[in-house]
Structures are given as structure tokens and as C-alpha cells.
Write a protein of this length. Sequence first.
Length: 307
Amino acid sequence: MFDAALAADERIEPRDWMPDAYRASLVRQIAQHAHSEIIGMQPEANWITRAPSLRRKAILMAKVQDEAGHGLYLYSAAETLGTGREELLDKLHSGRQKYSSIFNYPTLTWADVGAIGWLVDGAAITNQVPLCRCSYGPYARAMVRICKEESFHQRQGYELLQTLSRGTEAQHAMAQDAVDRWWWPSLMMFGPPDDESAHSAQSMAWKIKRHSNDELRQRFVDICVPQAASLGLTLPDPDLRWNEERGHHDFGAIDWSEFHEVLRGNGPCNEERISRRKQAHEEGTWVREAAAAYARKHSDSLGEAGA
Ligand code: BYC
């Protein structure tokens, strides 16, 4: 029945039978994604107090709050597979589960907020829109809402960079510098090349992933080239050019040693991100306890009313 449902492009739902390895792979990918959303709040939140206007501050606060919401939908999707949030957070904090490599880079200037919106959210949308057709129902449905919100994020980043790019010489230079620093790490977000991707073949057979890492990376490059031109910014790759025969842009070699170093915990901000996360979790203990006590009291009084 599982195979037939996949072949017919039907959704697998929480109570359906599924192979243990399918369940485990989904938990792995969904957890990695959920962790990315909440760790991703840190580099952006870094600029909330220094946003250059009230309007920019309000937009950035809303965006960071959206990322927390995405984390919640995703942890809930993982719960439907029988893995609780406490367990996943414990694995994140002890380094047994990953989050996206991209969030281990620092946000050095205000223009980085724009570059994250344009490139990082842009890459996330390219990767995640096909996940709306993922074979596992709760993950696919969570992704629909996440992608709608990510589209707003991408546009705010684009608009921010456009404003800087058309501003003073110093503002233009700041925008260009941010794009120079975020371009290559954004390409790495799509994961290792197809011939080194451990999970792609099986995940595609199970229709968890719909496209390979390299296919999505190419799609992203093709989307960004005209957008960079209309922003008046350049992409930091001398080998980037249109290939008429392939109908795609060729691009330069990615430094995979940097990617592996970041995954090993040696990126510029790995330590800072995890220790900040653990601190926030500890400081939030009283909130979780109070919420649980309130929920218990509320369900007790509901019980009494029922009786
Ligand atoms: N960073 O066999 P592969 C966002 C790991 S956007 C760290 O290709 P898979 C946001 C991979 O987990 C970012 N680790 O794996 C945006 C695996 O390790 P494990 C989050 C990476 O799963 C804006 C190993 O390398 N988006 O949240 O088939 C603002 C082998 O890779 C990375 C998602 O997570 C990486 N870049 O494909 C705020 C989307 N790449 O698990 C927030 C959903 C690979 O064996 N995820 N690895 O220990 C996916 O689509 C897939 O998990 C990936 C990797 C394409 C990322």
C-alpha cells in the first residue's frame, strides 16, 4: 500500500504504515530544517536594534518572528512521526543533528540583512517549493505556508538591497560587499554535489525530495543572474556565463572544503550560534514550566466543568 500510494503520488499520513528508514530520514531532514529556522533567527536578530528606521525595524522583527513560527510548524511535523521536540532540541544542542551551514556566517553590516533576504531566503524558496509536493502530508502542508512567508522575506531583502544599491556610493559598496560574502555560502545551502549526496537517491525514490541538490543549485543560479543585473550588483564569480547549448548559466567551482569545515563545526560562528541557542533554551525554562502548569490547570478545570 505504501509503494502504491507513492506511485500514485498520494500522501503518506501519520497513521499510515511506512518503512522505518522512511520515517527516520524524514525526521532527520525535518529536524535539520526546523533547527535551521530557529538558529537562522540569530544572525538577523543581530540587526534589530540597529535597523536604520522604524519601518525597517518593524519589518525585520516580523521576519525573525516568522522564522520562529516556521520552526514550530516543522517541530510539529516531526512530532507526527513520533519524535518529540525535547529530543530534537537535545540533539541540536549536543551537536548530534545539523542545521544549515549558511547560519554559521556573521552579519557584519546592515546590507547583510538584504543579502540574506535576497540570496538565503531565495535559495530556501528554490529548495522548498518542490517540498510542498513531498510525499509526507504534514511536512508538505507545513511547507506551503512557509514558502508563502519566505516569498515576502525574499522580496524585502531584494527591496532593501535595491535601495542601498541606488543610494550613495558607500551604500552601494556595502550592498556589493554583502553579496560578495553571501553568494558562495548560499550555493552551498543546496548540499553536496549529487555524486557525493548520501541521501538524495533514496529520498527522491521516496518522493521526499523532488529534485537533486545540483538541479536546484543550477535553478537558483539561473534565477539570480538577471536579478543581480537589475539590482546593479555583480555576482563574485568570473566563470559565470550563459551557456547557449545547455540553456543554463555555467558557474565556477564551489570550495567544498569550506562547506565541510563549516559542517565539522569550524565555521566562523558555529560555536557562538550553539552556545547562544543553549543559553536561550535555559533562560526559557521558566516559560515552558509556567506554560505547562497553566495547561495542566486549564485541563483540570475543564475536566471539573465536564464532570
Ligand atoms: N548545511 O545527502 P545530502 C532556512 C548535510 S533555509 C548543513 O545531500 P539531504 C531559512 C545533510 O543534512 C535552510 N548540512 O542530504 C532560510 C546530510 O547530513 P546528515 C534549511 C547540510 O538531506 C532563511 C549530509 O550533509 N532548509 O531554514 O538529502 C531564513 C549529506 O547531504 C547541508 C532545509 O533544510 C547544509 N547546507 O539534502 C531562515 C530544507 N547540506 O543529515 C531560515 C530541507 C547538506 O546525514 N532540507 N547537509 O547528518 C533539504 O532539502 C535537504 O536536507 C538538503 C540536504 C538539501 C539540505
